[in-house]
Design a protein around this ligand. Structure first.
Ligand code: PEP
Ligand code: MN
Length: 345
């Protein structure tokens, strides 16, 4: 940590800063220039986070050297984390292909979609049983009945499943039915939910909040990691932009940016990022080209009848086409789409 003092900080103020640092068992290295004095702090920086050093008279700026997301950072771990989702590896060159409808609408329909996406190369089946809808009058999901359907259809096709949990009271129930728990964009900073989900030990798909910075996302991951759950996959799903031409603003640069900061896998969700079927394939490819560890795409066999997010759903044949292109691109990059459990690449 570096503490920069104000231009006219007095000797007493500088001395006070030094004493404060030393009182915490850390070393203070004073460097006096013609205009400014800076104090370099050596030792466990975490001890200083609790101290509001910036409030000390004479202090202009306090600059941490290490990131606040201690467990999620590349400083904490050099090798990429590989998360095992029901036998499907995500990260470290293994791509997740998460696909399925926005909402679970019934067993028959999910079965049709699962059959199609599996054939196309998807390795994790998605579907929402608890839907975060802007309107309380919109379709809210099938609840536990939907979870049962997702589990059954996933098992039938030998696919691990992922579904969203929105409420701390439902974490245990959702964890029982699913291989991976999704924390949606709207709940990325629901800290009680993150803690609760962390305690399950289940793999977590943590989606970036629509107004969250990269740092915010990594701090939210830290909540899960700090519960002793290392199985976190991040997801870039677009942030709020100014242009209604797309649903959100797909921040593809966040992918390599996060790769430079964290060892955690990061996938992209071009469905929610763009909200437009015509933009999903190019953005999926852009995400993988940028280093993403997978792609999350909503697929529906009858988008016009979908209970949620129909207008952005890809048809199964459209999904098959982009999945094949992603597979080719993965090979070019020396990566692979993870095989399903029991299936050899
Ligand atoms: C979803 O995956 O269905 C979803 C609601 O996504 P997000 O939280 O990214 O909006
Ligand atoms: Mn959706």
């Amino acid at each position: 940590m570096i503490i920069i003092l104000k231009p006219h900080a007095t000797d007493e103020q500088i001395q006070h800063v030094v004493e404060r640092v030393e009182s915490l068992g850390l070393q203070a290295h004073l460097s006096r220039g013609s205009y400014r004095t800076i104090v370099g702090v050596i030792g466990d920086e975490a001890k200083l986070h609790v101290t509001p050093l910036k409030a000390i008279a004479g202090v202009a700026e306090v600059i941490p050297v290490l990131p606040a997301y201690k467990l999620a950072s590349v400083e904490a771990q050099r090798e990429p984390t590989i998360v095992d989702v029901g036998g499907v590896q995500v990260g470290g060159g293994h791509l997740a292909m998460i696909a399925g409808p926005c909402a679970i609408e019934g067993a028959e329909r999910l079965d049709i979609i699962a059959t199609a996406v599996k054939k196309a190369g998807a390795n994790i089946l998605r579907g929402g049983a608890f839907k975060p809808r802007t309107s309380p009058y919109a379709y809210q999901g099938m609840g536990e009945e939907g979870l049962k359907i997702l589990r059954d259809i996933g098992d039938k096709h030998g696919m691990p499943v992922v579904t969203e949990v929105m409420d701390t009271r439902r974490v245990e129930m959702v964890a029982e039915y699913t291989d991976m728990i999704q924390v949606g964009a709207r709940n990325m900073q629901n800290f009680s939910l993150l803690t609760e989900v962390g305690q399950t030990g289940r793999p977590v798909l943590l989606k970036r909040g629509m107004s969250a910075t990269v740092q915010d996302l990594l701090m939210s991951a830290e909540y899960i990691l700090s519960q002793g759950n290392p199985h976190v996959v991040l997801c870039e799903r677009g942030v709020k932009g100014f242009d209604p031409a797309t649903r959100n603003l797909f921040d593809v640069a966040a992918v390599p940016c996060i790769k430079g900061l964290s060892h955690l896998p990061i996938i992209v969700d071009p469905s929610h990022a763009t909200g437009r079927p015509d933009l999903i394939p190019p953005c999926a490819l852009a995400g993988v080209a940028a280093g993403a560890d997978g792609v999350h795409i909503e697929v529906h066999n009858q988008p016009e009848d979908a209970m949620s997010d129909g207008p952005q759903a890809l048809l199964p044949e459209q999904y098959a086409k982009i999945a094949a292109q992603i597979s080719d691109l993965a090979k070019l990059l020396g990566k692979e789409i993870s095989p399903l459990p029991g299936v050899h690449a």
